[in-house]
Ligand binder design. Structure first.
Ligand code: HEM
Length: 507
């Protein structure tokens, strides 16, 4: 009897696999869409590039589109597009598409605004947190942000005096980490003061990003890590110590506040907690307060605010410093606008400077924000994307890199060319429409205003103080300004979802 069951099972498994293969290849609603046959059969096709090839999926997508055209079937139930219209169709379509849970649950930040896949729930969370990142709120904290930038500049000056090289990639990571932790929690790690800017949190961000891919394709591992005690997590992934440290640190701050919310009254300025705990008007429709939610939200903001902004600043510094023409133009504009260095100049004035703005846009374009395509799932009515009918439940995406590298929109796309943002486009179209570093639509980056503001501040500190210009030329001549893996052409694709919170994967 037992052997009969085993025989039937042995026959059944290959039979089922065969049926599935035939279905996926010939009868699946996506079977007519071009793409590699193997991708139509199994999602391990993509897993291979994500995990074994260490995040090279983004580069492979460019290759696939060069062969198959604007739409490629990249998985059994997944399409990837490469057409400017597709971006709008997918990301600006309101509630037609929702975030793909397989991707957004793998970071361990399921409870944060970023992790919400449901459209309505996400909107409520965005409404609650949005005012923290409004222009008004940011302007109120201008001096606080500038304080951190000035500290970084002091440290860089010390490097110059000592004749030592500085890793600007880590330096930017450190200062953005300090800014965002101070901004959202009124506490910082003082990461810029760490020798070599090598704060464990900044260092381990990259280390754990690799794991995101593993978790995406093997979600049960994510769940295992969520539940296992810290010592097991640390034994398996020693590189995650910095994350445990910050989660523990943030966790105790949350415990303290939840126990006694009145301590928020003594806070130096409003923080994330004020928006979720004390501002009852905006709380409508939010779940009951709990530690896990605040922790996910907090860890998310830390990652979202430091990784992306740090990358954009690194790219800006890298390209401005290696091109003396661009550097001269930028410096001239800043010096004309700000002749008296000792007289503080406000952000409102800087944001009106056209060349500075163009440099920032170009840095955002070439740092991409989120490098990996952000997957969305078509709703029950399906959709039309770039003229292609998409059946309900299909996963679709279009990567920012493909938009930003599109030579028809951005001629000579791999060149850092701020001027492209200054000249009127030949076809009269506004180029801003194609700058998608912050994504677009209802799930556009929540920190967008905060970012432009911070980058302006960096530029102001770095490029407008004459004595620091020599640091820059010295650095650019003598050393690579960025970690080799972080230069534009090689920004690793596992650094996806910049605001992505991979930080939480261990939580
Ligand atoms: C140069 C800097 C930044 C870039 C390029 C950037 C880019 C992005 C992108 C592309 C998304 C969409 C991700 C997705 O849908 O998968 C996003 C979402 C988000 N970003 Fe940013 N970001 C930056 C800085 C920040 C900062 C400073 C904060 C605030 C601390 C922030 C907070 C968020 C949040 C909360 C979300 C989730 C929004 C939602 O899901 O509705 N980001 N960001």
């Amino acid at each position: 009897m037992t052997s009969n069951v085993a025989t039937i099972a042995l026959l059944l498994v290959p039979l089922l696999l065969l049926v599935r293969t035939v279905y996926r290849l010939y009868f699946h609603p996506l079977s007519h869409i071009p793409g590699p046959r193997i991708a139509a059969l199994t999602s391990f096709y993509r897993a291979f590039y994500d995990i074994v090839r260490d995040g090279q999926w983004v580069h492979h997508l460019e290759y696939l589109h060069s062969i198959y055209g604007i739409v490629v079937r990249v998985g059994p139930n997944e399409l990837h597009f490469n057409h400017p219209a597709a971006y709008g169709d997918i990301y600006c379509s309101g509630s037609t598409f929702t975030k793909d849970p397989a991707m957004y649950k793998c970071f361990g930040s399921a409870e944060s605004v970023f992790g919400q896949t449901d459209f309505q729930t996400a909107q409520k969370r965005r409404q609650a947190l949005g005012p923290l990142f409004s222009r008004r709120a940011i302007l109120k904290l201008e001096s606080d942000i500038q304080k951190h930038v000035n500290k970084l500049v002091d440290h860089l000056a010390a490097y110059q005096l000592a004749g030592k090289s500085a890793d600007l990639y880590l330096a930017f990571r450190a200062v953005t980490l300090d800014i965002i932790t101070s901004y959202c929690f009124a506490k910082t790690f003082d990461a810029v003061s760490f020798p070599g800017f090598r704060h464990p949190v900044a260092l381990t961000m990259d280390a754990t990003l690799h794991l995101a891919w593993v978790f995406k394709h093997f979600l049960f591992l994510r769940k295992f890590v969520d539940r296992c005690p810290e010592w097991i997590g640390l034994t398996l992934m020693p590189g995650t110590k910095g994350y445990y440290d910050q989660a523990n640190q943030l966790g105790s701050q949350i415990d303290e506040i939840m126990e006694n919310p009145s301590i928020l009254d003594k806070s130096e300025h409003e923080t994330m907690y004020h928006y979720f705990i004390t501002k009852s008007n905006e709380k409508a429709g939010l779940p009951d307060l709990n530690k896990e939610w605040l922790l996910h939200e907090g860890l998310n903001l830390r990652f979202a605010g430091s990784d992306t902004t740090g990358n954009a600043c690194t790219i800006a510094a890298f390209y401005v410093l290696r091109d003396s023409r661009i550097k001269a133009m930028l410096v001239k504009e800043l010096e004309d606008a700000w002749p008296e260095i000792d007289t503080p100049m406000r952000y409102d004035a800087f944001e009106k400077l056209p060349y500075l703005t163009a440099v920032i846009k170009e840095a955002l374009r070439l740092s991409h924000g989120t490098v990996t395509p952000m997957p969305r799932v078509a709703g029950p009515d399906g959709a039309i994307v770039a003229g292609v009918p998409v059946p309900p439940g299909t996963i679709v995406a279009m990567g920012n890199t493909l938009m930003h590298h599109n030579a028809e929109i951005f001629p000579d796309p791999m060149r850092f060319l701020p001027e492209r943002w200054l000249s009127a486009p030949a076809n009269g179209e506004n180029l801003d429409k194609y700058l998608v570093a912050f994504s677009k639509g209802a799930r556009v980056c929540l920190g967008i205003k905060c970012v432009v503001f911070s980058i302006c501040n960096f530029c102001r500190a770095f490029f407008s103080i004459p004595s620091f210009l020599c640091i820059y030329s010295w650095l650019s001549e003598s050393y690579l300004l960025v970690s080799p893996h972080n230069a534009l052409e090689t920004v690793p694709s596992f650094r996806f979802l910049s605001p992505t919170v991979v930080i939480m994967m261990i939580y």
